[in-house]
Design a protein around this ligand. Structure first.
Ligand SMILES: Nc1nc2c(ncn2[C@@H]2O[C@H](COP(=O)(O)OP(=O)(O)OP(=O)(O)O)[C@@H](O)[C@H]2O)c(=O)[nH]1
Ligand SMILES: [Mg+2]
Length: 368
């Protein structure tokens, strides 16, 4: 089985670089062909509207010729411009070129299982083109999995358009993907600031890549009989206080389990402690899956790590913030002309509000 990775926009490519650095070091990755071809090339396509950004982020990786796609200019943090593309000012065919390269990459797979997309929730390219690509992938490959690994911006105003962009992207991801893995820049930054004085994007991306690698890199054991993640799955890597927030399902991945003792320990009581601290819902009889790997390829040699992907109620707080901040701006008709100008109508906004409101309500009812 093979997966195809799609890196969109500056954030998607910079995180992609950190992710692939770890991935290419994993012995099991080279033994199988899920992530790389027999000739050692990555199963990945990299796209950004700004050529220099994507070229720089791809340096040193093992990317096939033609799998780096670039446009003419950035999408100015505008979802509408990312989604609909440059029209009057000289179309750069970035959507068609990307779709073409992805199709070729899929045709190179013996058995294509699905696509993992990495992108930001609010950059013009990552959010707008990312949404359009998710839609196109769902249409073209409806039977294959589509996972979005997306990064939420710092809440304290990086851009006045960020909440609109996040709202529109979330609504597209909800409709077109099977799973969304959400990482919050605020949390990653906060965690690293406790360890170092100044935090670079590189340091943040290494940390995010470790979390994603912890989930996606090969494991030696899985517990498929307990695989039980319900519909509409938002996983996040947010650090929250266990015990107070409800939780539907979790995957716990232990790496560096060289003595293969993690699973026996889980069955002998550790699982109960996990369940209690995760505060999992009573209606899910199997809220915990456990995967193990003998080596820990996301950390230094001879270390161990535990990664937890949780489908948790904590997502509601972020969704409500995006919803409410966008509502206030929308009611005041603030910045709408930037979207209308590039083909997004007020009805499109209303539809996105509706979808995000539904996600919030569904999560609330799951925990009530
Ligand atoms: N963690 C992390 N976040 C990033 C990185 N680069 C950008 N971001 C975040 O992503 C958002 C902006 O998205 P970008 O990826 O830069 O934008 P883009 O997709 O290239 O779109 P345009 O430049 O608007 O065409 C902001 O919230 C940034 O904080 C990165 O390397 N790591
Ligand atoms: Mg950019």
């Amino acid at each position: 089985m093979s997966a195809v990775f799609l890196h969109v926009g500056q954030c998607g490519n910079q995180i992609g670089k950190a992710f692939w650095k770890k991935t290419l070091q994993d012995k099991a990755v080279h033994e199988g062909h899920t992530f790389i071809h027999p000739d050692g090339k990555q199963r990945s396509v990299h796209v950004d509207s700004e050529p220099k950004v994507v070229q720089k982020a791809c340096k040193g990786l093992k990317i096939r010729d033609g799998n780096i796609v670039s446009g003419k200019r950035g999408r100015g943090t505008n979802w509408a411009l990312g989604y609909h593309g440059l029209k009057k000012s000289g179309e750069d065919h970035i959507l068609e070129d990307t779709a073409n390269q992805v199709r070729k990459e899929i045709e190179r797979c013996d058995m294509y299982s699905g696509c993992i997309m990495m992108h930001s929730l609010t950059g013009g390219t990552g959010s707008g083109l990312g949404s359009r690509l998710c839609e196109a992938m769902r249409e073209e490959y409806p039977m294959n999995h589509l996972i979005s690994c997306t990064v939420a911006p710092c809440l304290t105003g990086e851009s006045p358009l960020q909440n609109y962009n996040a709202l529109l992207t979330l609504s597209y991801l909800q409709r077109n993907t099977d799973c969304v893995v959400l990482t919050y820049n605020d949390d990653v930054l906060g965690k690293l600031q406790r360890k170092m004085e100044s935090v670079s994007f590189d340091a943040m991306n290494t940390s995010i890549a470790s979390a994603l690698g912890g989930v996606f890199l090969p494991t030696d054991t899985m517990t498929p009989k307990r695989w039980s993640i319900p519909a509409n799955r938002y996983h996040d890597t947010k650090k929250y206080q266990f015990g107070s927030i409800g939780n539907v399902g979790n995957v716990v991945i232990a790496r560096g389990d060289s003595t293969e003792t993690f699973y026996p320990q889980m069955t002998q009581g550790l699982e109960k402690k996990f369940r209690k601290s995760f505060n999992t819902v009573s209606w899910n009889p199997f809220p915990l899956d456990i995967w193990t790997a003998k080596t820990n390829s996301i950390g230094p040699k001879d270390t161990a790590s535990i990664t937890v992907a949780s489908n948790s109620e904590s997502i509601v707080e972020y969704l409500e913030t995006v919803y409410e901040r966008s509502r206030v701006k929308f009611a005041a008709k603030a910045y709408l002309h930037w979207y209308n100008k590039y083909g997004v109508t007020n009805e499109d906004f209303e539809e996105a509000f509706g979808v995000v409101e539904d996600i919030i309500q569904n999560y609330k009812s799951a925990f009530s």
